[in-house]
Design a protein around this ligand. Structure first.
Ligand code: PEP
Ligand code: MN
Length: 341
């Protein structure tokens, strides 16, 4: 941490700041310039609130040197993390291969889920998404089939070999969902449910962490840190769009976060262009853009009959559209030295 004092801070004020820094168990290194004094703090800052120094009226700024997230940061690990997804198709996220995850928003029926699974597999996807527990904004909306939905997903894995990605919404569901799923999804609405993040950090299945709709990049990585800090190093970051003033789309999909996350973190980054746009006709273009921006995988809603989908039909692709999307993404992947099997 670097403490920048205001111009003309007195020697007594410098001593006052140093006393507080020492009280926190840190050593100081005072740099006296011609214009102003800067104090560098040395030591483990993690449990200290150095921001409190800003309460002195002679302090201009308190600036962190290292990112507040440690395990998620490239400061501690330069090589990229590759997360195996499970299933029997050798699916993983973070290597040269781009993971294509597809499936319905919600597991509605066995035949609907199997239709999506076969379509995803036929197009070259390696994992099936589908919600059994659904976080619905409206309490009267369909909430998902719960364990029955998980059973259907597990049967679809049995039949196709696809890894299963499904959401866990609460602490009590973690063990149950982990029994069936290969990857636990934490939804955008739960991205700062710190007890839930810690609980999925305690188990050993990969976690697909969706960015909250008003979460900054730093808050997003600190949420990932909750999982990593509990010993689960299999975290996949997923941008799914944020809320802005714009209303021609359901959410605004900020793709600059992909290269920025890669710059500051070693974790793999996926993009969800379905929730990121809310419009099926925008999904293919944003998928290609995401891959061009360096995304390690895409998660896309696929339904055999979007017009009759119980949830998110407007943003769901039919099997034919998903097949075309994968084919065009394959070309973009090749252009950026990646591969879609
Ligand atoms: C979903 O994947 O269906 C979902 C609810 O996503 P999000 O949490 O990003 O809204
Ligand atoms: Mn959805």
């Amino acid at each position: 941490m670097i403490i920048v004092l205001k111009p003309h801070a007195t020697r007594e004020q410098v001593a006052q700041a140093v006393a507080l820094i020492n009280e926190m168990g840190l050593k100081e290194h005072v740099i006296t310039g011609t214009e102003r004094t800067v104090i560098a703090c040395v030591g483990d800052e993690r449990y200290k609130d150095l921001g409190a120094l800003a309460s002195f009226d002679f302090v201009e700024a308190v600036k962190p040197v290292l990112a507040p997230y440690k395990m998620a940061s490239r400061d501690v690990k330069m090589e990229r993390t590759v997360v195996p997804l499970g299933g029997t198709l050798g699916a993983s996220v973070g290597g040269r291969r781009i993971a294509m995850v597809g499936g319905p928003c919600t597991v509605e029926t066995r035949s609907q889920t199997f239709a999506a699974a076969h379509a995803v597999k036929a197009a070259g996807g390696t994992a099936l998404r589908g919600g059994a527990f659904k976080p619905r904004t409206n309490p009267y909306s369909f909430q998902g089939h719960g364990e029955k939905g998980l059973e259907i997903l597990a049967d679809a894995r049995e039949e196709t070999g696809l890894a299963i990605v499904t959401e866990v919404m609460s602490l009590e569901q973690v063990d149950l969902v982990a029994q069936y799923a290969d990857v636990l999804q934490i939804g955008a609405r739960n991205c700062q449910n710190f007890n839930l993040l810690a609980a999925v950090g305690e188990q050993r299945k990969p976690v697909l962490l969706k960015r909250g709709m008003s979460q900054t990049l730093e808050e997003f990585l600190l949420a990932a840190e909750y999982v990593l800090a509990r010993g689960n190093d299999q975290v996949i970051l997923c941008e799914r769009g944020i809320r802005t003033f714009e209303d021609y789309v359901r959410n605004t999909l900020p793709l600059a976060i992909v290269p920025e996350l890669h710059r500051v973190s070693h974790l793999p980054v996926m993009v969800d262009p379905s929730h990121g746009t809310g419009k099926s006709y925008l999904v293919e273009a944003m998928s290609k853009a995401a891959i061009a921006a360096g995304a390690d995988g895409l998660i896309i809603e696929v339904h055999h009959d979007p017009a009759h989908a119980l949830t998110d039909g407007a943003q769901s692709l039919n099997p034919e559209q998903f097949k075309d999307l994968v084919a065009s993404c394959r070309r973009v992947a090749a252009a950026v030295d990646r591969e879609i099997p």
